[in-house]
Design a protein around this ligand. Structure first.
Ligand code: UD1
Ligand code: CA
Length: 452
């Protein structure tokens, strides 16, 4: 049996007031349409047809050739959109699922359950509905006893119909051929002068076809039409992600003040403090303490590591490391085990081996640092000459004195020391002490009594 989806994404999304196409606007870091598409794929679709019109090129640039495209050049309503969407499959026998690009909360599991009952009941159409406490704006599902009779849009509804709490999610399963037939009968005699997909329900019923509705949680069908609804959707998606992490054995002190992306994983017994944002493909080990006020993107962190008030991007951190407060790890930084990256330390495109301490006010950029090195406060790896970046190497067991400049490219060999305040421009041999600063001169009685 053929199972396809048609995803409606041609509308202008006026209420968003954005220069970005609504299906590409993001919630929890992912475009809205990606959620819909992955729910569709979860059900096992053979083909996904995305109906595009407004900002079509942007949507194509994002989805590339992962879907089939249908074009709706003028937006004359959801029924008109499906007329375009059904074109590529109109000769097929099977089921088509119609979804909207602006309902990111629908779960694949919900769709699968509705599909199963659609098939079991042998229906021509099944509408996914919900019971909503305050259903303003949604189409109302009008019933005739147990059976569904029709769907009435808010703008066309009588006061009695507006009082109905069962609403249309905008998502449906249809027999492909029967939907094609119903679409051929659509008219646009309604308040908005549009071809309403919802009218196909009444058409199929009048043809004696079996039509039903399946109720899901209102939370799963929330449509994102403006930025207030976008924030509501984001809150639900985030709560789902945070709950998944909590149920897998992680303590989250304040779930609503914690943001966790869908692709993040955190090991058991780690504790996440408020104000923490974990994004992208971040992986955090067991027994870590993360936050408060920490943002970690696409970074891998080992076990028993503590990260406080810091920002980490595309980096790797080992076990038993302490980072922050106020540290910044920029892309391509790799820190080993038992390392300390302290306050006001910036690491960029650098490797730092086990047991090294970079405790305070230090910049390490474009450098390879060995084991058990101690950086004095205020060290700068001078990696940029105004034109090019250069790389430096610091061996094992090195002691870098406070306020040292290491002018790259330069090498400090194993066991060497640099004197505080030195500007190191030449290689420092193993176990040597490099002093590169002006010698102190004291001018006795330089201050004359009358100057005071
Ligand atoms: C629609 C339903 C309503 C339902 C609600 C649920 C109709 C007539 N109404 O209303 O019953 O309660 O969804 O969210 O179907 N689109 C196109 N081309 C068009 C018009 C719309 O592709 O010409 C797309 C939009 O981009 C959007 C989706 O269809 O992704 C829904 O359109 P929208 O205008 O948001 O419909 P609603 O007014 O929300
Ligand atoms: Ca909508």
């Amino acid at each position: 049996m053929e199972l396809c989806s048609i995803i409606l994404a041609a509308g202008e999304g006026k209420r968003m007031k954005s220069n970005t196409a609504k299906p590409l606007m993001t919630a929890c870091g992912k475009p809205l349409i990606d959620y819909v598409l992955s729910a569709a794929k979860f059900v096992g679709t053979n083909e996904n047809i995305v109906v595009i019109g407004h900002k079509a090129d942007d949507i194509k640039a994002h989805l590339e050739d992962s879907v089939t495209y249908a074009y709706q050049l003028e937006q004359k309503g959801t029924g008109h959109a499906v007329m375009q969407g059904i074109e590529p499959i109109s000769e097929k026998d099977g089921i088509v699922m119609v979804l909207c690009g602006d309902t990111p909360l629908i779960k694949g599991e919900d769709l699968k359950a509705v599909l199963d009952s659609h098939i079991e009941a042998g229906r021509a159409a099944t509408v996914i509905t919900a019971i909503a406490p305050n259903p303003f704006g949604y189409g109302r599902v009008i019933r005739n006893g147990e059976n569904i009779a029709k769907i009435v849009e808010q703008k066309d509804a009588t006061d009695a119909e507006k009082a109905v709490l069962e609403i249309n999610s905008g998502m449906y399963f249809f027999d492909i051929k029967k939907l094609a037939f119903a679409l051929s009968k659509l008219t646009n005699n309604n308040a908005q002068g549009e071809y309403y997909l919802t009218d196909t329900i009444e058409i199929l019923i009048s043809e004696g076809e079996k039509v039903g509705a399946e109720i899901v949680d209102f939370e799963s069908i929330l449509g994102v039409n403006d930025r207030v609804q976008l924030a509501s959707a984001e809150a639900v998606l985030n709560r789902r992600n945070v709950e998944k992490v909590m149920l897998s054995g992680v303590t989250v002190i304040n779930p609503s003040a914690t943001y966790i992306g869908a692709d993040v994983s955190v090991g058991i017994d780690s504790v996440i403090y408020p104000g923490t944002i974990l994004e992208g493909k971040t992986v955090i080990g067991e027994n870590c303490i993360i936050g408060p006020d920490t943002k970690i993107t696409d970074t891998k962190i080992g076990d028993n590591t503590e990260i406080i008030k810091s920002v980490l991007v595309k980096s790797e951190v080992g076990n038993k490391v302490s980072v922050g407060p106020f540290a910044y790890m920029r892309p391509n930084s790799k820190v080993g085990d038992n390392v300390k990256i302290g306050d006001f330390v910036e690491i960029k495109n650098a490797t730092i081996d086990n047991g090294t301490k970079v405790a305070h006010l230090t910049y390490v950029g474009d450098a390879d640092v060995g084991k058990n090195v101690n950086f004095g406060c205020g060290t700068v790896v001078v990696n940029y000459d105004g034109k090019n970046k250069h790389r430096s190497t610091i061996g094992d067991d090195v002691f870098i004195g406070c306020n040292t400049n290491l002018v790259s490219p330069v090498k400090v060999n194993d066991g060497a020391f640099t004197a505080a305040g030195s500007t190191i421009t030449d290689e420092v041999p193993e176990n040597a002490l490099a002093i590169a600063r002006a010698k102190q001169v004291n001018k006795e009685n330089w201050v004359k009594p009358k100057d005071r």
